[in-house]
Design a binder for this molecule. Structure first.
Ligand SMILES: [Zn+2]
Ligand SMILES: [Zn+2]
Length: 352
């Protein structure tokens, strides 16, 4: 038998169900889930701040081992290699069709015919698409990546949401080598961005986050300075060439905007929930030749980039320590209690 943790709607109504093991059909891949972490958007869903069709199984940061491959042409991984039973893998959140308008415009994450792991209702072939379950049944066309060997689950499990999203944001930001980078928001995204940007050779990193514990972690990840508010660094902060906005707050936007150097590039990622409008000075955008872009989710290549960068960081990097503690599916109530602690960035589940 297989277990799945079903979400019946807010506030956090969860129940564990038992079902027979699913059988993979044509070109489907059955994966035994090794670990899954709850990302910020899962917590928003559990709290009712984001509406989903229920019942559903949450979790879209998932790793596992290929147990069985359905009949048909053998699936290939993102690197082009054939997928085998026994491979340890992760997979992109969005399965895209490749033929709709957003897909043809190179925005596969906005595919209008997508399957989205951790976001599908508990019916038919989409039952096993959330990470909080014994199995995941991968749909044909899923972007699958083999995990680098030797990395702890704490490092690779967030790859399919947090790490890959940061790779998409860093790509959109343009070259960061020897540039001064500002990051606002030191949650899992901001701390991951700090570690990856440092590895990519950015000149210096300034982190701004109101929580002192998070600022300490940012320094551990490689930030040159970490401050609670822009005002606390007044007079000392130099103009920035690149800015990753991950907090999603208007206050960060309004203060950070004043810091931008000529030719600066800004990527907005954090604002994924409803908020009041904000305003900014258009003349300054023009005269300083500023580029502003929004990035939501990522394309399959960013998952490959994420795993490549994690491999370069290596198993000893403190990034892996940001994930956990870990729970069984049956311990979900305790896991959610722990997830409310601001010093916990990613609770994890290891289905049995
Ligand atoms: Zn996510
Ligand atoms: Zn499409």
């Amino acid at each position: 038998m297989a277990q799945a943790l079903l979400f019946d709607g807010p506030p956090a109504r969860l129940r564990l169900v038992e079902q027979p093991r699913p059988e993979p059909r044509l070109s489907e891949v059955l994966v035994r889930v090794e670990a899954a972490t709850l990302c910020g958007s899962d917590l928003h869903t559990l709290a009712g701040k984001r509406l989903v069709e229920t019942p559903t199984v949450l979790g879209h940061e998932t790793i596992g081992r290929v147990e069985e491959i359905g009949p048909g042409y053998p699936p290939r991984c993102l690197g082009g290699e054939i997928l085998h039973v026994g491979d340890r893998i992760t997979w992109a959140v969005v399965v895209h069709c490749g033929a709709c308008v957003p897909c043809l415009r190179e925005l596969p994450q906005k595919c209008i015919r997508s399957v989205k792991y951790g976001h599908e209702p508990w019916i038919d072939r989409r039952m096993w698409t959330g990470g909080l379950a014994t199995w995941n049944l991968l749909a044909p066309g899923t972007s699958i990546a083999r995990l680098p060997t030797g990395l702890p689950a704490g490092m690779t499990t967030p790859a399919s949401c947090a790490t890959a999203t940061i790779c998409a944001a860093l790509e959109a930001l343009g070259p960061i080598s020897n540039r001064h980078l500002l990051i606002t928001g030191a949650g899992m995204l901001g701390l991951t961005a700090t570690a990856l940007a440092r590895r990519m050779g950015t000149g210096s990193i300034t982190m701004v986050d109101p929580i002192p514990w998070r600022c300490e972690k940012a320094l551990l990840m490689g930030a040159n300075r970490a401050i609670g508010a822009f005002s606390s660094g007044a007079g000392k902060l130099e103009p920035v060439d690149a800015w990753l906005e991950l907090s999603g707050t208007n206050t960060a936007w309004e203060s950070g905007f004043d810091m931008l150097a000529v030719g600066a590039s800004v990527v907005l990622v954090g604002a994924v929930f409803p908020a009041p409008d904000t305003c900014f000075n258009l003349e300054r955008v023009v005269r300083r030749m500023i580029t502003i872009r929004g990035v939501h989710n990522y394309a399959p290549r960013h998952l490959s980039m994420a795993l490549g960068l994690l491999e370069k960081l290596g198993s000893a990097h403190p990034l892996g320590g940001l994930t956990g503690p870990w729970f069984t599916l049956a311990n979900h109530a305790e896991a959610l209690k722990v997830a409310a602690d601001p010093q916990v960035l990613r609770v994890g589940f290891r289905p049995e």
